[in-house]
Design a protein around this ligand. Structure first.
Ligand SMILES: [Zn+2]
Length: 384
């Protein structure tokens, strides 16, 4: 038996409509003055109205910080921390996609300590304490509500991560009603990201463990079984709830069995070209899966039944063929860009992207097959 450590968010509420009770849940955690960290798009879409009404009913004061931007830069995090201090917040609620949830984590961590953001990049450098934190995802993708990681864009366009157990929230609330209005393109990008989390957790070279494996398999079947349905009919509550749970399970899996080269090669696309995180992963997925095949064929064969239920395979090689083919077809069917040249990348940029990807050793070391600079460049060329 293998030795392992497993951590996750201590309390999860998965229930359509639960976000209307956030005020009450915040109160139960001792929060009296909450800062809600979100983005302007969600406010404009009216998603925060039922949440704020719930805070009024519970008698909990809440202040809205709605200036989160995608790929949050350091400056944007600093503004949110200042908003928490100005509001005298004693608790933080993140509502949104990965950028809002990551910003909320850092606000909860930094608002009450003298540490500055650049001091805590890396693993385990944050000292805390942090304020009580509730995370409420509005996309089925990042799994940020159950990961100990926050990603920030530095002034040099590099994506840096803060990794600390303090970043697990006290509570995550998964309310499928909040995801009903997601447009098909965002649904596709975030859904593929969640599938990548499951695949990379299952095939990781470090910290692979039986709990993450079970979660990754279940996540893949939920995500593969529902992604086409939510793209065809966004208001299908049951399918949306399945996607949210799939994203949750994949998030728990990769928080404990970390992701590899798909993510490592995706980050420079976000840092330099603001390609959304899920789309960056989807663009790199096909080439990296093929590249890893020599080292991961047995594992791919084990994943095949999760995305192709009811199929029987004569050999692991045939199961792997089926798995890679099914993933390729699925990504190709998604309503989003399919090649790097469609997202503003020029062929001349590829060496710079490969050089940047090599800096993401924190993830590359998890990849089942070693990735050199030349490999990275070849993978970007294939994705171009
Ligand atoms: Zn991801």
């Amino acid at each position: 038996m293998m030795d392992f450590v497993f951590e996750t968010t201590p309390k999860l509420v998965c229930e359509a409509g639960a976000a209307t009770r956030l005020g009450e849940m915040a109160r139960e955690l001792g929060i009296r003055r909450a800062l809600i960290v979100t983005d302007a798009g969600l406010v404009a879409a009216g998603l925060l109205e039922p949440v704020e009404a719930g805070f009024r009913t519970a008698g909990t004061v809440c202040t809205l910080f709605s200036d989160v931007v995608a790929d949050p830069p350091e400056q944007s995090v600093a503004l949110a921390v200042q908003a928490a201090r100005d509001a005298g917040a004693d608790g933080v609620i993140g509502v949104g996609g990965g950028s809002s949830l990551d910003t909320a984590k850092l606000v909860a961590l930094l608002a009450g300590t003298p540490q500055e953001l650049p001091d805590i990049y890396g693993i385990g450098l944050a000292k805390g304490p942090r304020l009580p934190l509730i995370q409420v995802p509005t996309t089925a993708g990042t799994g940020s509500e159950v990961t100990p990681i926050a990603i920030v864009t530095t002034p040099s366009s590099e994506k840096k991560g803060v990794v600390s157990s303090l970043l697990y929230p006290d509570l995550a609330v998964l309310d499928a009603h909040l995801t009903l209005g997601l447009p098909p393109r965002v649904t596709a990008m975030t859904g593929i990201d969640a599938m990548v989390h499951a695949i990379e957790a299952y095939t990781t070279r470090h910290k692979k463990n039986p709990l993450s494996d079970s979660l990754a398999l279940r996540a893949l079947s939920l995500l593969a079984g529902n992604i086409r349905a939510v793209i065809a009919e966004g208001r299908d509550v049951a399918a949306r709830a399945a996607m949210l749970q799939g994203s949750l399970l994949a998030g728990i899996a990769f928080a404990n069995a970390p992701v590899g080269a798909v993510h490592a090669l995706a980050y420079p696309l976000g840092g330099h070209f603001h390609v959304p995180h899920g789309l960056s992963n989807a663009l790199m997925l096909g080439p990296v899966l093929e590249f890893n095949r020599p080292a991961a064929e047995t594992l791919y064969a084990e994943l095949a039944p999760a995305i192709l239920p009811g199929s029987a395979f004569a050999t692991p090689a045939k199961a792997t063929d089926a798995f890679l083919g099914a993933m390729r077809d699925l990504v190709a069917a998604m309503p989003m860009e399919q090649r790097l040249e469609q997202v503003g990348v020029r062929r001349d940029d590829l060496p710079m992207l490969a050089a940047d990807a090599m800096k993401v050793q924190r993830l590359l070391i998890n990849n089942p097959r070693e990735v050199s600079y030349d490999d990275a460049l070849a993978l970007y060329r294939q994705a171009y």
